[in-house]
Design a protein around this ligand. Structure first.
Ligand SMILES: Nc1ncnc2c1ncn2[C@@H]1O[C@H](COP(=O)(O)OP(=O)(O)O)[C@@H](O)[C@H]1O
Ligand SMILES: [Mg+2]
Length: 278
């Protein structure tokens, strides 16, 4: 079985070959349930709105839920790729017209298909290599990682340029986030961790949470991860997920979306605002 890309591609995936690989942003946390998938989807939508050809990858293989939050039912997914039934580029599913029409592409996972942690290391390495090869066709790749700090998670994270650490003010989120950063520094020192505080009750509270993580990293790891941004807590996020709609499409002016757009802008170094409509 191989994750090599086929030479011929269908209409939805045929793109100009690129010289530069995409910038790959992993979205990680250590702890589950903090908002990684919400952040991954919102960042991917924001990059697409900024005119970037964007691929969103569900790296939470066994508990995948990008498809659930997007309200899509993909015909095929990464579980089928790993089982050797389809090639990686066949599993690319267009959202909102796909990357070639102003939306973005998704590589969905499949819930209940077996966790990433259980995959043999060669398969994870092949998957990471396949994602890197596929990234040549995109400007931006967002990799939604599962919870946990096990080696296979790090193997996928190693494909990234940056790791956006989604952290809330819960002590377990902070300790798990710190643990992830620590393991990542040892395993993939070239991946830059940056901090995104999510579900903040206030901006000062979010800043305090960042300061606590940054200080721990400074003291014990010898570097200070910068703050990518603070996303406020808002029930609209939960309500949108319940309805299987994305908040960025139904209420683009909602505060958590504005906050996530600012993070997206910082990640692509865009000086101008990301247009919300169109
Ligand atoms: N900014 C936010 N404000 C309010 N609730 C949020 C916010 N971000 C995430 N949530 C809640 O957290 C839950 C988990 O989010 P999700 O993106 O699935 O997390 P993860 O991928 O880290 O497991 C969501 O169902 C939602 O209810
Ligand atoms: Mg998730």
């Amino acid at each position: 079985m191989s994750f090599m890309l086929r030479k011929s591609m269908d209409a939805t995936t045929i793109h100009q070959p690129r010289v530069d690989p995409a910038s790959i942003v992993a979205v990680a946390s250590g702890k589950g349930g903090v908002g990684k998938t919400f952040m991954s989807i919102t960042l991917a939508s924001a990059f697409a709105k900024a005119g970037k050809r964007t691929l969103l990858v569900d790296g939470d293989l066994g508990l995948a839920n990008i498809d659930v939050q997007l309200g899509i039912a993909p015909e095929t997914d990464l579980a089928a790729v790993i089982a050797g039934w389809v090639e990686l580029d066949d599993a690319v599913t267009p959202v909102d017209g796909g990357a070639s029409e102003g939306g973005f592409d998704v590589l969905p996972g499949r819930s209940g298909s077996g966790a990433l942690a259980e995959l043999p290391q060669e398969e994870v390495a092949r998957l990471a290599a396949g994602i890197s090869a596929l990234s040549l066709q995109y400007d931006q790749v967002v990799l939604d990682l599962g919870a946990g700090i096990e080696t296979n998670c790090m193997r996928l994270a190693r494909a990234a340029d940056k790791a956006v650490m989604v952290i809330t003010d819960e002590p377990t989120s902070m300790t798990d986030g710190y643990a992830f950063i620590k393991v990542l520094r040892g395993y993939a020192p070239k991946v830059e961790p940056v901090i995104a505080i999510n579900q903040a009750d206030s901006r000062p509270a979010g800043q305090r949470t960042h300061e606590a993580i940054a200080r721990a990293c400074e003291t014990f790891l010898g570097f200070r991860p910068r703050l990518a941004g603070i996303v406020m807590r808002d029930e609209k996020v939960r309500d949108a997920i319940r309805r299987q709609q994305t908040l960025i499409s139904t209420d683009p002016h909602a505060q958590p979306i504005q906050d996530a757009l600012a993070i997206a802008q910082g990640l692509i170094g865009s000086p101008s605002g990301i247009p919300l409509n169109g």
